[in-house]
Design a protein around this ligand. Sequence first.
Ligand code: DGY
Length: 320
Amino acid sequence: MKKQVVLTRRLQDECMKELEKHFQLIVVSEDQVPKREDLLAHLQGKEALVCTVTEMIDQELIEACPDLRIISNYGVGFNNIDVSATNRRGILVTNTPDVLTDATADMTWALILAVARRVVEGDSLVRQGQWNGWSPTFMLGGDVTGKTLGIIGMGRIGQAVAKRALGFQMKVLYYSRTRLPSHLEKELNVVYCELDQLLRQADFVSIHTPYSSLTHHLIGEKQLMEMKPTAYLINTARGAVVDELALIKALKEKQIAGAGLDVFEHEPYVPQSLCDMDQVVLAPHLGSATRDSRIKMGEIVVQNLIAYFQGKKPPCLVNQ
Ligand code: DGY
C-alpha cells in the first residue's frame, strides 16, 4: 500500500504525477497558502509533509502534530521551518538544493541588468506612448561590464552568480561565513573581503545568504550608508536579510542608485513606496520559477521521501 503524504498545496502537474507514482497524496489547498487550521487537521495521524516557502511550519504546529516524522521542503531555503523544534521532536527536514542554483543566478542577473539599464522603466514609458525618440541624454543607466560586483554569501548560488560575472569582466568581491578554498577563489576570480569593504567598493551588491537570526537585517541603515550613491542592491535570497524600511529610506534619499528585488520582508506584501520608485525593479519571488527547476525540485522531494520510507537517510537532509 502506498504511504500517505500531505502536501500543503498542489505542485505543477509533472511533480504531482511523479509524487502520485509513489505515494497517496493528500493536498490541503489547491492553489492558495492553506489555512493553518486546515493544515493542522490534515496532518493529524500523518507522518510526512511536503511544504513550500509560503507555509510557516513553526513550533506550535510541530508540537500539534505528534505523528509527523519528515518535512520535505519544496525549496532550498528552509527558514519557513523551525528546525530547532523539529530536532527536539526527532523530525527529519529535507530541502531541494542544486537544481535551482542556475535559475536563481540567472534571475539575479536579470535584475542586475534590468535595474542598471532601466529596462522596466523604459518598457512602461514605451507602452504609455511617452517615448519621443532617441536622444543623447535620454534614460542613461549604470554600466555593468567592468564594474565591481559584491556578493554576500558564497554558497552554490553566490558562486553561480560569480561565474556569470566573468563574462562581464567584473571585479568580484565576496563576503561569506566560510571562505572558499584558494583554488576556487582563483577559478571564479573572486576576492574575499569584510562586509564593510565590500559595501564601500561594490557597484552592485548581491545577496545570496540564507535567512536566519544571524542574517536578519544584515543590510540595514548603517550598511546602506556605506554603499556608493551609484550602487545597486540586488536581493534574490530572502527579504528579511535587508531592513526594508531602511532600504526605502536609502532609495528615497538617493544614498544608493537603485534596487532589484525578488524577495520581500513580508511576502506577498510589498510596500507601496517601493512600487512607486522608478529606480527599483520588483519581481514576485521568481528565483526558482523555471519549468525545469520546479520539475527537478519535485524529483528531489520524491527522492527524499522514498529514502525516508525505506528507512534510509534522505539525500538532502538538513538536520540531525
Ligand atoms: C527557495 O528554494 O528557497 C526559493 O526561494 C523558493 O522557496
